[in-house]
Write a protein that binds this ligand. Structure first.
Ligand code: DGL
Length: 270
């Protein structure tokens, strides 16, 4: 992570982005730890699912969103999206005037210290194709075996608010059975949309099996912003503002499992 210290901008917002409501699982954790911040969130619902897009497309989407958040004076941007962290973070990380926090690279070290030998990862096609989780975890612990399985279809189920449907149950059961053949001791929910499926996942495996990396990610962000003296210490009302590229009402409804959004998100065409 680059260090960009500009003490004058601590009151500026922290930006988040994802292809849709997935990043709200990260937002929720960060907001809990840092209630005194201003927040912006961009959900690129027009272009979801990111997991089925090429690197060229993802570079274009992420760059536009970074620039949008830069125009809005974000002091830090949280890539609340495993797919863009895996596919475009390395290429874009130095291009903007704010701190950039990618989820996978941030949490891998902590995951690598778990007292287990074999870990599973559920993630999107694009994330799995990069082997980013495996590479990042094994950088710190070459002895941890990492089993990676792509779960296409899960993101759309979540975006459509169908977590409790039969379709969700069938989709989840199929991938879990595939994963259980390898007997991992833990399974990382390596896409920020997947914690919405925790309840249905828990019908087929113990809830404690699953790791939601957002919890650790939020702690790392808090520590890093503090270390860089970037936390907002001003007194007074704070704001949160959501933007989407398609279907604002649907976004508000689907996100509600993790966060009650007060205003309808603003529709933005980047
Ligand atoms: N939630 C994102 C992730 O963590 C993107 C999922 C998608 O749009 O395919 O990977």
């Amino acid at each position: 992570m680059r260090t960009i210290i500009n003490k004058s901008n601590n009151n500026n917002p922290i930006g988040f982005f994802d292809s849709g409501v997935g990043g709200v699982t990260v937002y929720e954790q960060v907001k809990k730890l840092l209630p005194n911040e201003n927040y912006l969130y961009f959900g690129d619902t027009k272009n979801m699912p990111y997991g089925e897009k090429s690197q060229t497309q993802l570079l274009e989407f992420a760059d536009k969103i970074f620039k949008f958040l830069e125009d809005k004076k974000a002091k830090a941007v949280i890539m609340a999206c495993n797919t863009t962290s895996a596919v475009v973070y390395e290429k874009l990380k130095n291009n903007y005037n704010f701190e950039v926090y990618p989820i996978i690279q941030s949490v891998a070290k902590e995951i690598s210290t778990l007292p287990i030998k074999k870990i599973g990862v559920f993630a999107t096609h694009a994330t799995i194709n990069t082997h980013c989780y495996k590479t990042e975890i094994q950088k710190h612990n070459p002895n941890m075996e990492v089993i990676e399985i792509a779960c296409p279809g899960w993101v759309k189920i979540v975006e459509n608010g169908q977590e409790k449907s039969l379709e969700a149950e069938i989709a989840v059961k199929e991938k879990l059975e595939e994963m259980q053949k390898f007997s991992p001791e833990k399974i990382i929910l390596g896409c920020t949309h997947y914690p919405y499926l925790l309840e249905v996942l828990s019908k087929f495996a113990q809830k404690e099996t699953f790791i939601n990396p957002s919890i650790e990610f939020a702690k790392i962000i808090q520590q890093d912003l503090k270390a860089k003296s970037l936390l907002n210490e001003t007194i007074g009302e704070k704001f949160e503002k959501f933007y989407v590229s398609k279907s604002p009402e649907n976004f508000k409804k689907s996100a509600s499992m993790f966060h009650e959004i007060k205003e309808i998100p603003e529709l933005v065409n980047l």
